[in-house]
Design a protein around this ligand. Structure first.
Ligand SMILES: [Zn+2]
Length: 100
């Protein structure tokens, strides 16, 4: 019974470490250093450190692309205005990319 709890606990611990490690990539902090700290001082400390750390200046761009005519738009429309002129209602797809 104890071994089961230990396994569940360790699994949660490792999952939390993974979350911290990948979250920290968006922050102005060394990911490996934070991972190391989180292993020793529990992931809770890692989350607290992340909370007080500034985020990197990430450019978060969303644009909308028509899957049919490949036109790109910066604003959301229910359907592609270009295709609508031809009588087709094709919904746009949101495309998002991030860069530092
Ligand atoms: Zn279109």
């Amino acid at each position: 019974m104890f071994a089961t709890y230990l396994t569940i606990g360790l699994t949660i611990y490792v999952i939390l470490l993974f979350i911290i490690y990948f979250q920290s990539k968006d922050y102005k902090i060394n990911s490996l250093w934070l991972l190391f700290l989180s292993i020793i001082l529990t992931p809770i400390v890692g989350f607290i450190i992340l909370f007080f750390t500034d985020k990197k200046n990430i450019l978060d761009i969303v644009y909308y692309k028509c899957p049919s005519c490949k036109m790109q738009y910066t604003e959301w429309n229910d359907c592609c205005p270009s295709c609508q002129k031809n009588g087709e209602n094709i919904s746009l797809r949101a495309i998002r990319f991030k860069s530092v």
